[in-house]
Write a protein that binds this ligand. Structure first.
Ligand code: SAM
Length: 262
């Protein structure tokens, strides 16, 4: 379905692409539009896609807690269950973000975890990384830290509906949490993730691996990310790559580093 053309037919400016999360469709509004026109567009969408129960018009995500900015929604509520690779993610798309765009990065990190590892997910959200890691590695233990109470509520629910018993949810700011000797730390957040390096450093074991996500300008690659990562201590860079473009000449990147604390 070409969303741009459908939007134009009722005078609403939207991009071609859209996201379907569970049975809710999220459409980015490129400019403000009258509520009546949005309602008209959502009726057309629901006619074309009968499995969609709600249409949400959004303007991206806001602030440290990544709260979606919903402009209007039409249909039967914004709570849904999204299924991806056999994992169920329950969430309210109007209250917490779902980063569907990071699917390949999720698969990449999940495949690196070895059974028996102690893993800390410092920015868990509703469990984007943690649920997959736990499911793929039943004898590993995942400490899933999330400070947004709304996301943490869904994280706990998602652990339950996926019948997982190896995730310990920690509903707090990761700077208050004291966990030691982690084999692996996932820092799935940006921008300015470098502010959290001292806290990750306290949690990682000697020789442990950290997946350090952050955002950088093209001109900063790779000197600045490598300089930031040296804040972990003595490091061996296992991998560095661009995850996606997030603005003109600005990228979401990840560095996998082995950290020697002694
Ligand atoms: C981008 S989302 C994470 C999603 C997931 N890690 C991923 O990459 O798909 C970032 C999450 O980090 C949480 N967060 C931000 N600062 C935090 C902190 N200091 N301690 C714990 N959680 C934090 C936010 O509430 C949000 O749910």
């Amino acid at each position: 379905m070409n969303m741009k053309e459908l939007g134009e037919s009722v005078g609403v400016n939207v991009p071609k692409s859209y996201q379907i999360i569970g049975d809710v469709i999220l459409i980015k509004l490129l400019e403000s539009a009258h509520r009546k026109r949005l309602e008209e567009l959502s009726k057309k969408i629901m006619n074309a896609l009968p499995r969609i129960k709600t249409v949400c018009f959004v303007r991206g995500v806001e602030g440290e807690l990544r709260t979606p900015k919903i402009i209007a929604s039409f249909g039967d509520g914004t709570e849904t269950v999204h299924r991806e690779h056999g994992i169920l993610y329950k969430l309210d798309v109007a209250r917490v973000m779902f980063s569907k765009g990071n699917l390949n990065e999720r698969k990449r990190i999940i495949s690196q975890v070895r059974n028996g590892e102690k893993v800390v997910d410092m920015f868990t959200g509703i469990g984007y990384f943690s649920l997959g890691v736990a499911k793929g590695n039943p004898s590993s233990t995942i400490y899933a830290i999330e400070k947004n109470p709304e996301s943490c509520k869904y994280l706990i629910e998602n652990i339950r509906i996926n019948k997982l018993n190896n995730i310990i949810p920690v509903c707090d700011d990761n700077r208050n949490v004291r966990i030691e000797n982690a084999d692996r730390i996932i820092m799935g957040y940006f921008p300015h993730t470098e502010r959290f390096i001292p806290y990750a450093k306290m949690m990682v074991k000697n020789g442990g691996v950290i997946h350090f996500h952050n955002s950088y300008k093209e001109s900063e690659l790779w000197d600045v990310p490598l300089k930031d990562a040296s804040g972990f201590g003595k490091i061996e860079v296992l991998n560095k790559k661009i995850v996606k473009s997030i603005a003109p000449r600005t990228y979401h990147v990840v560095l996998d580093v082995r950290v020697w604390t002694q």
